[in-house]
Design a protein around this ligand. Structure first.
Ligand code: C5P
Length: 275
């Protein structure tokens, strides 16, 4: 059997409202999730379970037993030699481990293993990353409603190289009972999406900014370099900027790299990632 290759695109919380808190401490969310054209790549070959990590962010990650790729494979009862090409910064609010775990599950499904019924055990973002297409995410992440395609808007991702702890950001949040998202229409283009996003928030952004003020500089720099809309994704520290033109996004990504930040120009993926 030939190798199975699965894209693990970066997840973007285009809007993220925190609407409550469960008795177990987990937070209730209402989020518009999109995916980027950039991401990690997972390759699976039949064989005993193993994991090799390569790529620019491989040094930040251990291939030990608790790696999410291995945990995903064990949850699915799958046997495969897994190679993870880690192109995205680790622990940075854009899915990362969840996207990789979901890609392993999708790859194993193509090799004949059933998808586990409880992928959220691997992480709150794994259910939405399994579909890797535009979706509304609710509950603590386990309620995923697929949405129509998003416009292919040029996009810049920026990470200033500070790891922000997700539990710490949730703990630093002042309000945990915010209203949910307004109705989500079908978006025509940048102006339409930016206008809707302007009525929404990432409720984790103020808390993350209080822990890592550099996130504020990233957002300012995105806006100063032409982003029509800029926001932090997830619990940070990665931020995204939406641009009117792909060449403007590329120029902005190059300028932002000069701050010593990781930055990439890509686009909002209209549909689930192709295989
Ligand atoms: O599930 P995941 O590993 O993404 O969550 C990391 C941490 O973020 C959790 O242990 C919890 O403290 C916090 N979290 C939360 N509510 C969510 C998702 C995560 O409080 N819906």
């Amino acid at each position: 059997m030939p190798a199975v290759i699965e894209a693990a695109p970066a997840k973007l919380n285009l809007a993220l409202h925190v609407t409550g808190r469960r008795a177990d401490g987990y937070h209730l969310l209402d989020s518009l999730v999109g995916f980027a054209g950039a991401g990690d790549v997972v390759t699976l070959k039949p064989g005993p379970l193993s994991l090799r990590i390569e790529g620019p962010f491989a040094p930040g990650l251990s291939a030990e037993d608790d790696n999410l790729c291995l945990r995903a494979a064990r949850l699915a009862g799958g046997r495969a030699a897994i190679t993870l090409t880690k192109n995205l910064p680790v622990a940075s609010g854009i899915g990362g481990g969840s996207a990789d775990a979901a890609a392993v599950l999708r790859g194993l499904a193509r090799m004949g293993h059933a998808l586990p019924g409880n992928p959220e055990l691997l992480g709150a973002d794994v259910p939405v990353c399994l579909s890797s297409g535009p979706a509304r995410m609710q509950g603590v992440g386990e309620v995923v409603t697929p949405l129509p395609p998003l416009p292919a808007i040029p996009l810049v991702l920026v990470n200033p190289g500070v790891a922000v702890s997700t539990p710490r950001v949730f703990a630093a949040m002042e309000r945990r009972d915010n209203p949910g998202l307004p109705p989500i229409p079908r978006f025509d283009g940048l102006a339409d999406l930016a206008n809707w996003l302007g009525q929404t928030r990432n409720d984790l952004e103020p808390a993350a900014l209080s822990i890592a003020p550099v996130i504020g500089q990233v957002l300012e720099a995105l806006r100063a370099n032409g982003a029509a809309f800029a926001r932090m994704s997830g619990s940070g520290a990665t931020c995204f900027g939406l641009f009117d033109r792909a060449d403007h996004a590329r120029i902005a990504a190059n300028v932002l790299k000069q701050h010593g930040w990781w930055s990439v120009a890509t686009e909002l993926a209209p549909m689930p990632a192709p295989r």
